[in-house]
Write a protein that binds this ligand. Structure first.
Ligand code: MIG
Length: 715
């Protein structure tokens, strides 16, 4: 730490070495624009965990960007371990993987000791200050690690359903007319979306919680317009507060002493978008409470309950300071130096914001808050995104390992700016990014000021159609995605999983980062090369069966397979043995789809069995928690019977929504007769079609309630 300047309390430095015996694959410690598999750092930079705003950040660097989670996972066949180094000051992680000679004990003195080379990974954690507070997570499976980590840091908040839809953002949607026009554009082009976003220019001179009076003359009316369209508004609220005594927020915070102080005890002043700014001290619980109160409808003028929030610049980003962040000797609540809590600053802002949104609804409604900076536990408060990426193929490619790593660290709800924030994507890249984003947890198109407008319909009819198709696939998939989020919320299972998490014994999966599993049932392989004609897909597990998710055909070859691709879509496969709940069609937004019927895709495994789940509730309130208003159902296919049963009897939710269609993939032969029977004994004959080419059996016009037990028998 010789490069640290000695100031005030100064750095103290703590560190510790760990040897992971038998392991040569380590993962985790987001956020870096780096590969999934952590690299040996002995001949270069250590991985750094220090939240920074790095505009136009490069790829394959060990410098930390925006957020950090000091959790490292190590994996070897059928065994996973974890190290959670709980320290929020600047941290470096050195990794050294080597083969070491291990001596097998010799049985007799005469026999020479046998030697064999076994892998070992040495991990050195070094933090600038604080204490050593470290947790060794024993697994033994990856899913055990996720649960153990969740016991310490919490699970993913259950997102309101709308927030799993598509988000349309730009720096900036200029004014009310612009917002209305973009909103109308989605309808005119038949593209679903759920939320339109306003960046910093919507405010009165970057005074957050206010509106630019010229551009947004009637923000309430604009929100009513969106509400009628069953859509939401998300606005940006940054942590820096403009130094302006006539700005109520500033005046109040100043008077109450709620800003971070400099080493001389004065309010720390830095430069940001509003010019000279002070920074709220979110580490102080009293400040968080006060901040949460700013979201009350009567305090936040012209805000309504369809308005949700985006926290940016909360590393914190401070222009003109060293590394564009706050000085380390700035002073927080209880005299903590900034260096001690740096990586927690954004975490606490998102916590306070989420609390504010909950409180404005008197505890009834789930919040949605997107944050750029994050720390271990941020999953409890909402979503994160990977910050300012660039509109280049390489950034689309690296977004996959980045999101997989964030998921591994407990934060399932994450995404990268679709299209790339900086620059202008060519149409093909934009289409490919939409196709990838549609199968990732947080799905938002966003672009910087200097870039050309890129709403989905601005690239010609053909590309509009491709993007419409990608977004529509997302909407149809929402019941599955929402169910995965429920599992993340209740059982700490990541939504987006690198392959080895699902196939822990298959070494060929350990470094795969160009494809992933969405839940346990979908294998997704985004196309990240320009003009790709084929992609090479690894189908993990020789005993698995995989089906083309759209054409229902069973994949003939196993292992590594070259798959032809067109611009139409990216390869997605359903794993044999799973049932995926879908909606039959996409609607204009999630709220338009409440009554849209379900469709089940039942993919049979080698035993002709399959199992899957569906979780549903009102999609926006905490009633699922407080009143147990939810449905948690299970679908089982066994011995030619598909049955619907209840997973959690404690939950009840009334819905008129029905299962309309069931498609069974890999069904051996043309059936003669299909009947559906409900629990009360009512039996009816089912219309079916069997496709001999794909072996897909389609059952139609079922009209079976989702909230009741039933059986479909195939003979
Ligand atoms: O320094 O609010 O990452 O998404 O559009 C730029 C303007 C500040 C950075 C965010 C980006 C956002 C932009 N912000």
């Amino acid at each position: 730490f010789s490069s640290f300047s000695i100031i005030s309390t100064g750095p103290t430095s703590v560190g510790m070495d760990f040897s992971l015996h038998g392991y040569d694959h380590v993962y985790g410690i987001p956020q870096h624009a780096e590969t999934l598999l952590l690299k040996n750092t002995s001949d270069g930079d250590a991985y750094r965990l220090y939240n920074l705003d790095i505009f136009g950040h490069k790829i394959h660097e060990k410098i930390g960007i925006y957020g950090s989670v000091p959790l490292l996972l190590a994996h070897k066949p059928n065994r996973t371990s974890g190290i959670f180094w709980l320290n929020s000051s600047e941290t470096l992680v050195d990794i050294s993987t080597k083969a070491v000679a291990e001596h097998a004990p010799s049985r007799s003195a005469a026999e020479t000791a046998k030697q064999r080379a076994v892998p070992r990974t040495d991990v050195r954690w070094m933090s600038e200050s604080g204490i050593i507070d470290v947790f060794l997570l024993m697994g033994p499976t990856a899913f055990d690690i996720f649960k153990q980590f969740a016991q310490l840091t919490g699970t993913q908040a259950l997102p309101p359903l709308f927030s799993l839809g598509y988000h349309q953002c730009r720096w900036n949607y200029e004014d009310e007319q612009d917002v209305k026009a973009v909103d109308a554009g989605f309808d005119a082009h038949g593209i679903p979306y759920d939320a339109i976003w306003l960046d910093i220019e919507h405010t009165d001179g970057k005074r957050y919680f206010t509106w630019d009076k010229q551009k947004f003359q009637n923000p309430r009316k604009m929100q009513e317009h969106l509400r009628k369209k069953k859509r939401k508004l998300v606005v940006i609220i940054d942590p820096h507060i403009k130094v302006d005594p006539s700005y109520t927020l500033y005046a109040q915070a100043k008077e109450k002493g709620y800003f971070v102080k400099d080493r001389n005890g004065q309010d720390f002043e830095g430069i940001s978008w509003p010019g000279s700014s002070c920074y709220l001290d979110f580490t102080n619980p009293e400040v968080r409470k006060w901040y949460a109160d700013q979201f009350a409808f009567k305090t936040y003028k012209a805000s309504t309950n369809i308005l949700f929030v985006w926290n940016d610049m909360n590393e914190p980003s401070v222009f003109k300071e060293a590394e564009l962040t706050m000085q380390k000797d700035a002073v927080h609540y209880n005299n903590w130096e900034h260096r001690e809590v740096h990586n927690l600053y954004g975490f606490y802002q998102q916590m306070a914001t989420a609390e504010g949104l909950i409180r404005r609804s008197s505890g009834k409604e789930r919040p949605f808050v997107l944050t750029r900076s994050f720390f271990a536990g941020s999953q409890k408060y909402g979503a994160v995104w990977t910050g300012d990426n660039t509109a280049e193929w390489s950034y689309l490619k690296i977004s996959i390992p980045m999101l997989l790593t964030i998921n591994m660290a407990g934060i399932s709800f994450c995404g990268a700016d679709v299209g790339g924030f900086i620059g202008d994507p060519e149409a093909e890249l934009l289409v490919r990014w939409y196709q990838a984003g549609a199968y990732q947890p947080f799905f938002r198109g966003h672009s910087t000021m200097e870039s050309k407008r890129r709403e989905p319909w601005l690239f010609g009819e053909k590309n509009t159609q491709l993007i419409r198709r990608a977004i529509s696939e997302r909407y149809v998939l929402l019941p599955y995605l929402y169910t995965l989020f429920y599992r993340a919320h209740t059982a700490a299972e990541p939504v987006m999983r690198c392959l080895w998490i699902e196939f822990p014994g298959k070494m060929e999966t350990f470094d795969v980062e160009n494809e992933y599993m969405l839940g346990n049932a979908l294998l997704v392989h985004p196309v990240t090369e320009k003009e790709a004609k084929t992609v090479t897909v690894l189908f993990p597990g020789s005993e698995e069966i995989w089906y083309d998710f759209r054409k229902f055909k069973r994949m003939e070859d196993a292992g590594t397979v070259k798959i032809p691709v067109t611009l139409e879509n990216i390869p997605v496969f359903q794993r044999g043995g799973t049932v995926i709940p879908l909606k039959t069609t996409a609607g204009k937004s999630t709220e338009w789809m409440i009554d849209t019927p379900y469709e089940l895709h039942v993919a049979l495994d080698t035993e002709a069995c399959a199992i899957g789940e569906l979780y549903t509730d009102d999609g926006h309130s905490f009633q699922y928690l407080h009143k147990k208003q939810f449905l948690y159902r299970k679908f089982t296919f066994h011995k030619n019977i598909l049955s619907s049963s209840c997973v959690d009897e404690s939950g009840q939710y009334h819905t008129t929504c029905v299962v309309e269609r069931v498609i069974i993939l890999g069904f051996g032969k043309q059936p003669t007769f299909v009947t559906a029977s409900s629990k009360d004994g009512e039996k009816k004959e089912v219309v079916f079609t069997y496709d001999t080419k794909t072996s897909a059996l389609t059952l139609e016009k079922l009209s079976l309630s989702v909230d009741a037990d039933w059986e479909i028998c195939i003979t």
